[in-house]
Design a protein around this ligand. Structure first.
Ligand SMILES: NC(=O)c1ccc[n+]([C@@H]2O[C@H](COP(=O)([O-])OP(=O)(O)OC[C@H]3O[C@@H](n4cnc5c(N)ncnc54)[C@H](O)[C@@H]3O)[C@@H](O)[C@H]2O)c1
Ligand SMILES: [Zn+2]
Ligand SMILES: [Zn+2]
Length: 361
């Protein structure tokens, strides 16, 4: 059976998001059909719309979602109809060279649904990050469903499906932030503020939030920043050095992903410190740095895909911390909107007025 549902689609580079009827097949082997409850609007959806990820239009957007499994394919054992799930884009294969080395968080062959969702005329859709959850139903690989506590607010925990997990993981997994560390985060949207919260959770004693928008800095303070720097007004490298005894921070996280913010991160880091790039650059961007500085300053320059998370390990752990009041996921949900308000949510993302808009389906 094929299910006809509404979904938010971008047909070509820069085109507006349109609500279309999409056809979602019943799950085949290894697949699960999910009734979506909520899906957050992430900056990566905007990157897709702008053609900055790839050219495989039309895209079915949305990838930060919770839902209820409504059907599973014949051989699926990990989830069953009725399960409350957060969708993930790291369904690990268990067989690639990363998985074989016991590092499934780097899996090089993650699973998505084998069947395609389509428009009514049969045009195949590319689901954003293999999820496509700005839709009433979506089809994913069963491993993309992480079973979670059905009591927790779906709008809040759904954000673990991408941005909040990427940010927290950039701090606790990739950056390996430890008790007593100093951490600076450049760019305090949903991802950056999550990195601030992650650094605070890990016990960092100096957490410096940097943004060009003062509204973002206020929220970063609520979520654990000990200091804030408005980099539209002052040089962030100098400001971070001043706040860290003149040395720079142990870990600097770039949650913007532009050459200029990466350079700030590089020079705002202490000798032997760590830079973590979690913001996603666009294809035309290049980076120039004196190689002698790369060598001479030591330490490590890392990139963080999805916060190097393992969904089955990290989502339930973070939901436990949320339920214990140690991680304020509610604070990330600025507004709850309907599926026809995604374009407005992109505008608000630019204007800095929201941390996350969450679509309720
Ligand atoms: N690595 C991953 O797995 C992963 C996952 C999700 C999102 N992302 C990426 O993370 C980035 C941030 O996503 P988001 O959803 O938080 O976006 P967002 O638009 O909500 O936030 C971006 C923030 O950066 C600030 N900013 C912009 N230019 C700046 C500058 N020059 N200096 C300082 N601050 C600046 C903005 O004011 C805003 O607060 C995006 O590139 C997104 O694609 C990466
Ligand atoms: Zn693998
Ligand atoms: Zn995302």
């Amino acid at each position: 059976m094929v299910h006809k549902v509404k979904g938010a689609v971008v047909r070509s580079k820069g085109a507006p998001v349109t609500l279309e009827t999409i056809l979602v097949p019943d799950p085949g082997p290894g697949e699960a059909l999910v009734d979506i409850l909520t899906c957050g609007v992430c900056h990566t959806d905007l990157h897709y719309k702008q053609g900055a990820i790839n050219d495989d239009f039309p895209f079915l957007l949305g990838h930060e979602a919770t839902g209820i499994v409504s059907a599973v394919g014949p051989d699926v054992t990990e989830v069953a109809p009725g399960d409350r799930v957060v969708l993930n884009w790291r369904a690990v294969c268990g067989e690639c060279r990363a998985c074989a080395k016991g590092q499934p968080q780097y899996c090089f062959n993650t699973h998505n649904a084998a069947q395609k969702m389509t428009l009514e005329d049969g045009t195949e859709l590319t689901a954003a990050l293999g999820i496509g959850a700005f839709a009433e139903k979506t089809l994913v690989a069963a491993g993309q469903c992480t079973k979670v506590d059905p009591e927790a607010d779906p709008a809040a925990i759904g954000l673990l499906g991408c941005g909040v997990m990427a940010g927290i993981g950039a701090a606790i997994n990739t950056g390996n932030v430890k008790r007593g560390d100093s951490v600076a985060v450049i760019g305090c949207g949903g991802v950056g503020v999550a990195a601030v919260a992650g650094a605070a959770l890990a016990g960092a004693t100096t957490v410096i939030a940097v943004d060009i928008d003062p509204k973002k800095l206020e929220r970063a303070r609520d979520l654990g920043a000990t200091h804030t720097v408005d980099s539209s007004a002052v040089d962030p490298v100098e400001a971070i050095r001043e706040l860290t005894g003149g040395f720079g921070a142990d870990v600097v996280i770039d949650a913007v992903g532009r050459p200029e913010t990466y350079k700030q991160a590089f020079y705002a880091r202490d000798l032997a410190g760590t830079v973590v790039l979690v913001g996603v650059p666009s294809p035309e961007m290049t980076l120039e740095l004196p190689l002698l500085d790369v060598f001479g300053r030591g330490g490590s320059l890392k990139s963080s895909w999805y916060g190097d998370c393992l969904p089955s390990r990290d989502f339930p752990m973070l939901i436990d911390l949320y339920r214990q009041g140690k991680l304020d996921l509610d604070a990330f949900v600025t507004e709850r909107i309907t599926i026809d308000q995604i374009e407005e949510a992109f505008d608000k993302m630019h204007s800095g007025s929201v941390l996350r808009s969450v679509v309720e389906l």
